[in-house]
Write a protein that binds this ligand. Sequence first.
Ligand SMILES: [Zn+2]
Ligand SMILES: [Zn+2]
Length: 214
Amino acid sequence: MAIVLKLADMTATPQSRSALLDTAWCAERAGDVFTALQSQLPVAVTVTKVAEVVDVAATAQGRFGFACSRCAEAAELVLTAQFAHHFVGPGQLDAGDDDEISAFDADPDVSEHDGVHLQLDDLLIEYLLLELPRAPLCQPECKGLCPQCGVNFNASSCTCKPLSDAMSPWAKLAAVQVPPNRQVPPNQQVPPNRQVPPNQQVPPNQQVPPTPRS
Ligand SMILES: [Zn+2]
Ligand SMILES: [Zn+2]
């Protein structure tokens, strides 16, 4: 059942009420990751109306199932979404007169009501979708799976060699040895006393500038 509030019932004194939000949207909008574990989510709504402006504060809470994005184990999360939204009167957003652009126009937390009622379902769903994590984990410290044998590191371990060594771009260099005859012989190395001492090096700002071409 849709959550619809009548403007005629609203007052300048905050009014609270509870409602239920169907979760059919979850399969359609987030079904690749999440399954709603309840057919309806409880929603607490507080509404205040001053002149044509309606302020809505809502809290929705629900349980969602998912497969951990690291270890693929089934897990659950309890999502609590809280939001505040403001509705202005019909025609108040981008009224079409170019000289006066309302500050509300670009604000995603502001929209228009139709002067008769508010339909909150779509709004609640948008806020809930924003709160659902993109890569949910079974636990913050989930250790994931061994990329080679697939063992779940949260539950056990394996004897696979870490891939990081074998797959490092430097791994091949370990096998390359410089042949002895390519090494600089000791008698060709610059003796320490022939090296320019730091205080005799020309500072960059005293170097001769390149001759300008005529
Ligand atoms: Zn996990
Ligand atoms: Zn392994």
